[in-house]
Design a protein around this ligand. Structure first.
Ligand SMILES: Cc1cc2nc3c(=O)[nH]c(=O)nc-3n(C[C@H](O)[C@H](O)[C@H](O)COP(=O)(O)O)c2cc1C
Length: 450
């Protein structure tokens, strides 16, 4: 089989994730997010479709910048209510055999010692199917919820992330040697104290003695995702990420391949190889039996999408109250501390630089859409893949409908072309993606091994 297209489903343990306003429809199960059954059914569906993973986003604060408060986000259910993604995973893992589970956790959220143990536990319970989306948070409310007295500045958040990873790598990779677990029932010795080590980390933000409380899990370090796109974010991705999530508009292949080339070049300067990082583009396929049917479906989604919800979301993302500024001002006039990369990305991806934010919100609702027959959508996926994009994160308009239509319509076509797997490779999530259970010796985590 040729180099295959990797597929993730993008969702969040909430009512309205990305495409706002559509939660009211009869053909979506977004309002059932509090129940476990829809999640289990989704996981089973994705595994039938050969998906690599379900990718769960998360935030730890409200979108309260728009018009100076959280009211719009609350009314529109823009990522509030939002439940913790982590508890969904064991239930979905029980119902599947191969599907991976990537979930988001901010480095501001829990101490690295606690987080490393949670990850190890999940990696054990799922036989190595866990991935972590490393985020640094961008909502000011996240900072005030966590006793930080506000959100630390952008580059300080990345400095914290560097140290957070150092602590986690020491716990996952260095604390327990291979062979530390004896499980010797004849002599009554479970583990060998000579092979289990404290980490004695004393840094700027964290002090952790150790040892790690979990024994080594199948992957030790989980598969690492990252999605920052600022200068600092790209450096971070080039250093640590095994999978990078991109959100350029589907109208601009050049913007995505530019990110791919830039991060791969930065990774090479760190002694990593191009094939050490996989790049995933966010996309919403809108499938129809005919092109006209698909176009009508997409038009229906756009007509029902909420500009208010989109503005509340975007205000939080870019760190600017878009309710207070002139929505008809050109994009280039924004300077912000939060999500610099995204503002830059938005401006770069706008075909017309005189585009305003009002235009952008409208067009953003459909900017991720790829609309057409299964063959047409497969053609686009194939073209992006041939241009260097390794895979796609499928963003739903309605759930599970967007995923189901794609799996029933487009996946068979991509399988016919030899581009989507029909069977899973054995082993952990990292083995399925990279052919090895543990991080390569080229990754910085390897330096902490004994
Ligand atoms: C496609 C995409 C998905 C993201 N998902 C999340 C998320 O679930 N939770 C979160 O806190 N941040 C998320 N982020 C934010 C990024 O992780 C990062 O913190 C943000 O882009 C700011 O970093 P930057 O300035 O380097 O771009 C996402 C960003 C992108 C582009």
């Amino acid at each position: 089989m040729k180099k295959r297209i990797h597929l993730n489903a993008f969702s969040m343990n909430c009512v309205s994730h990305i495409q706002h306003g559509l939660w009211v429809r009869d053909d979506t199960r977004q309002r059932e997010f509090n129940r476990i059954e829809p999640w289990i059914e989704l996981a089973r569906l994705l595994e039938r479709g050969g998906f690599d993973a379900l990718f769960l986003a998360d935030v730890i604060g409200t979108y309260d910048l728009y018009r100076g408060g959280p009211e719009t986000a609350i009314v529109e259910a823009v990522q509030i209510p939002a439940n913790d993604p982590m508890p969904l995973i064991p239930a979905m893992a029980m119902a599947t055999e191969h599907l991976g589970f990537a979930f988001t956790s901010s480095v501001l959220q829990v101490p690295p010692f606690t987080f490393a143990r949670q990850i190890s536990t999940l990696d054990h319970l799922t036989c190595g199917r866990i991935a972590w989306n490393i985020v640094t948070s961008y909502l000011p409310n996240a900072g005030t919820n966590l006793g930080l007295g506000g959100l630390p500045p952008h580059d300080e958040r990345y400095a914290r992330a560097e140290e957070y990873l150092e602590v986690a790598y020491k716990l996952w990779e260095g604390s327990w040697e291979d062979g530390a677990v004896l499980c010797d029932t004849a002599r009554g010795r479970y583990a060998d104290p000579a092979r289990i080590h404290p980490i004695d980390h004393a840094g700027t933000y964290y002090e952790v003695e150790g040892p790690h409380l979990s024994e080594p899990s199948p992957q030790r370090t989980p598969l690492l995702f990252q999605a920052g796109s600022s200068e600092r974010g790209r450096e971070f991705a080039a250093t640590h990420a095994e999978c990078v999530f991109m959100f350029a508009s589907m109208r601009s292949l050049k913007a995505s391949t530019g990110v791919v080339q830039d991060i791969r070049a930065r990774a090479a300067r760190r002694g990593r190889r191009p094939e050490d990082i996989l790049f995933f583009q966010g996309v919403t396929p809108v499938v129809g039996g005919t092109e006209a049917e698909a176009e009508a479906k997409a038009a229906d989604y756009v007509a029902q999408s909420s500009v208010e919800g989109g503005l509340a979301h975007m205000s939080g993302s870019v760190g600017v109250d878009l309710g207070a500024i002139d929505l008809d001002a050109p994009l280039a006039s924004l300077e912000t501390d939060a999500m610099q990369g995204v503002v830059r990305g938005l401006i770069e991806s706008a075909p017309d630089k005189s585009l305003t934010f009002r235009d952008l919100v409208r067009s953003r609702a459909s900017g991720q859409f790829i609309t057409g027959t299964p063959e047409q959508i497969a053609d686009t996926f194939q073209a992006w893949h041939e241009a260097g994009v390794d895979g796609f994160n499928i963003v739903y308009a309605v759930t599970p409908g967007t995923f189901a239509d794609f799996i029933e319509g487009v996946v068979p076509e991509l399988r016919r072309r030899g581009l989507v797997q029909s069977d899973y490779a054995p082993g952990t999530l990292r083995e399925k993606l990279f052919g090895q259970a543990r991080l390569s010796a080229r990754h910085p985590a390897a330096a902490y091994r004994r």
